[in-house]
Design a protein around this ligand. Structure first.
Ligand code: SF4
Length: 222
């Protein structure tokens, strides 16, 4: 039977911010959301290199001696959209003893995928909506699957840093540990220009360290 193929935008080896330790990050192509602050607009559409899980595994395996406590992070785009490819790749990596986590928007709730991972990093998208119900479902699935959960949230001044928004976030993550705030950065604007796409948050200021401290105080001390 032909091996399942996936659409991959790129692979970056040497990340220290996408999960524990030093990691190779695989950027899957295609996403089900269109976040106005998206840092990787080049991954929004399902195009890019077509690879089999075996080909990508052979490439990633070469970095194993460098991983130590690190491993491979499946990112994107939205990696959960390419389920069969993700399962095949994660299976091969784990059988080689390589730690595998995925970064996801949490809108695709699939326990089979969660069981195939060592951990998942979910970024809560509450900048343009107050509906956090997809995350309640997703967190429950993580608990059922025994999948280690990390929660992040892109902090956007004027969008999700109000006391009201932070109260709702606090209620959502109760019992799930802490939220890691990622301050809005606009380094991606150049990519939008190259792709001839409009950057929806062009007029919003970047978040500063003080914004993060203020949000953390509101979230944990109120
Ligand atoms: S879910 Fe991630 S990749 Fe998809 S649009 Fe949002 S920020 Fe971009």
């Amino acid at each position: 039977m032909a091996e399942v193929k996936g659409f991959i935008d790129s692979v970056y080896c040497g990340s220290g911010v996408d999960g524990r330790g030093l990691r190779c990050v695989v950027f899957f192509s295609g996403c089900n959301l269109r976040c106005p602050f998206c840092h990787n607009p080049e991954t929004l559409f399902k195009r890019g290199q077509e690879k089999t899980a075996g080909e990508l595994f052979e490439y990633l395996k070469r970095y194993k001696p460098y991983f130590k406590k690190g491993g491979v992070t499946l990112s994107g785009g939205e990696p959960f959209l390419q389920k069969e490819f993700l399962l095949a790749l994660a299976g091969k990596l784990k059988s080689e003893g390589i730690h595998v986590v995925a970064e996801t928007n949490g809108y695709i709730c699939d326990e089979e995928i969660l069981r195939a991972l060592d951990g998942v990093i979910v970024d809560v998208k509450n900048q343009e909506t107050d509906d956090l119900s997809p995350y309640n479902k997703f967190f429950e699935a993580c608990r059922n699957a025994g999948c280690d959960l990390t929660v992040t949230n892109v902090l956007v001044p004027g969008k999700n840093d109000s006391a009201e928004k932070l109260r709702a976030l606090s209620a959502l993550i109760k019992g799930e540990g802490r939220v890691k705030f990622l301050p809005l950065r606009k380094l991606c604007e150049e990519k939008y220009r190259e792709l001839q796409m409009r950057f929806p948050y062009a007029d919003i200021r970047e978040a500063e360290e003080e914004d993060v401290i203020k949000a953390e105080n509101l979230l944990y001390n109120d």
